[in-house]
Design a protein around this ligand. Structure first.
Ligand SMILES: *Cc1c(COP(=O)(O)O)cnc(C)c1O
Length: 448
């Protein structure tokens, strides 16, 4: 994009100048609508979510067998919701801003099998594909006990097929581990951001890892091209997949059940705020869709991105979606939040969800590290940098008067509110890596 085009874009959308300047920026969505108005644009329904949920239930006996760590949850891959009241206090002290209501952490960081939010969508899409192939071949019916998928017959059957995916790390980990376990020949195309331990782990699972010196967009593009030459290869398309999206969306009804069990109300007088770290958009988009379907207009969904990778904010605010990349504006897409290092947003998610998302903000790597340290000190919880992106949200919506005005929220409603930080990854980070994250965090905390 040349200077004149950038100038035009800034004139039309002043927020673009803030993104280019790399300062932490918040943007409340002026095109926000009710669920009833926004839902038709998503193009998916409750029935699609139920269908995904039923599929995961059919696979539960198999998952319990193949991954014994899923036994306590009977083969259902779900995370805990925990109160983080100490962290709430630390945030209030550090930022000098009170947070009325209660703060919670959704620990997708500790999801079984792959330790990140990608254990929802990524694993779901592999299971979807495996089921389809096995049913077409006459080897499986919906009524069967899916434990049989672990038998040598099925492993041999799946070994004729290959699966490929492009990833910054965690999606590759989820898809690689799941596909290899079923017997697929699987290749993960890893961007330069991907951590070495994620690649090592995949290779230990007999996954082919191809490394790129470029970012996620290039890894996906190359992976897609190679997969096209092989008719038996299925390319999992993180930029456009509705299947991935639906795998994530099941989280909505599951969270509703968890809140019911804790006697936590979500209604007009008790709004729920959910803060979701965003990369390409499939994970947070799918979860937000599920949340909207579960809680209607009483849930507020806010996306968080690194200042160096604000692709979704850029795409939604300008209406250009996947037709613009952050690099086109000279933003480098280099961030310690490897899970969020994406320069061009999903075209599908932004277009589908743009009316149902309340706001977007960016934060610096320093902020993510700082929050990582505060969370470890106050709650002894260890997450990876990406997973802290949502943690600044409750501070921001209270600092900014216009959020309350835009959504006509009263002090009383804020007092009754619950805030859920979606903690998207970190449970499998090796100890020595985590030590480095914490050391970095402490240098910042000592300063601040
Ligand atoms: C992938 C990822 C996200 C964001 O998901 P997208 O589908 O890329 O938007 C957030 N946090 C972590 C830790 C991730 O790995």
């Amino acid at each position: 994009m040349d200077a004149q085009h950038i100038h035009q874009l800034i004139t039309q959308y002043p927020i673009v100048a803030d993104l280019i300047s790399l300062k932490e920026t918040i943007w409340f969505n002026p095109n926000f609508t009710s669920l009833a108005e926004g839902l038709p644009y998503v193009g998916l329904t409750q029935k699609d979510i139920d269908d995904a949920s039923d599929r995961l239930t059919r696979f539960a006996p198999y998952l319990m067998h193949a991954f014994p760590e899923t036994k306590p949850s009977k083969g259902i891959i779900e995370s805990e919701l925990v109160s983080i009241a100490n962290m709430q206090q630390r945030l209030e002290q550090h930022y000098g801003q009170s947070i009325p209501g209660q703060l919670w952490l959704k620990k997708d960081s500790h999801l079984p099998i792959s330790g990140s939010i990608k254990a929802r969508g990524g694993i779901y899409e592999v299971l979807y594909h495996a089921e389809k192939l096995a049913i077409q071949a006459g080897l499986l019916t919906y009524e069967d006990d899916y434990t049989k998928l672990a038998s040598p017959t099925f492993k041999t059957f799946f070994s004729q097929y290959s699966i490929a995916v492009g990833s910054t790390g965690n999606l590759g980990l989820s898809i690689g581990i799941m596909s290899a376990q079923l017997g697929f020949d699987v290749t993960v195309h890893m961007s330069a951001d991907a951590r070495q331990w994620k690649k090592d782990k995949l290779r230990a699972h007999n996954v082919t890892v191809i490394e790129y010196a470029e970012d996620y967009g290039v890894a996906v593009e190359e992976g897609r091209k190679l997969a096209q030459n092989n008719p038996n290869c299925f390319f999992i398309d993180d930029e456009n997949s509705q299947t991935l999206f639906l795998g994530y969306s099941v989280a909505g009804q599951r969270l509703k059940k968890q809140l019911n069990e804790k006697n936590i109300l979500v209604d007009q007088e008790h709004p729920l705020f959910v803060y979701l770290p965003c990369g390409v958009g499939g994970g947070p988009g799918g979860v937000a869709f599920g949340l909207k379907m579960a809680f209607g207009d009483h849930v507020h969904c806010i996306f968080a991105e690194p200042t160096h990778s604000p692709c979704m904010l850029l795409g939604v605010a300008t209406g250009l979606h996947d037709e613009i990349s952050v690099q086109a504006l000279g933003i480098d897409n280099i961030t310690a939040a490897d899970g969020l290092a994406v320069g061009r947003a999903s075209g599908f998610v932004g277009r589908a969800m743009q009316r149902l998302l309340d706001g977007f903000y960016t934060l610096s790597d320093e902020s993510m590290y700082l929050l990582l340290g505060l969370l470890n000190d106050s709650e002894q919880l260890k997450l990876e940098p990406s997973a802290l992106a949502g943690m600044l949200g409750p501070i921001l919506i209270h600092q900014q008067q216009n959020y309350a005005t835009l959504h006509q929220l009263s002090q009383k409603q804020f007092k009754n509110a619950n805030h859920i930080i979606w903690g998207t990854g970190g449970g499998m980070v090796p100890e020595e890596e985590m030590e480095k994250y914490l050391a970095k965090a402490h240098t910042l905390n000592d300063k601040g």
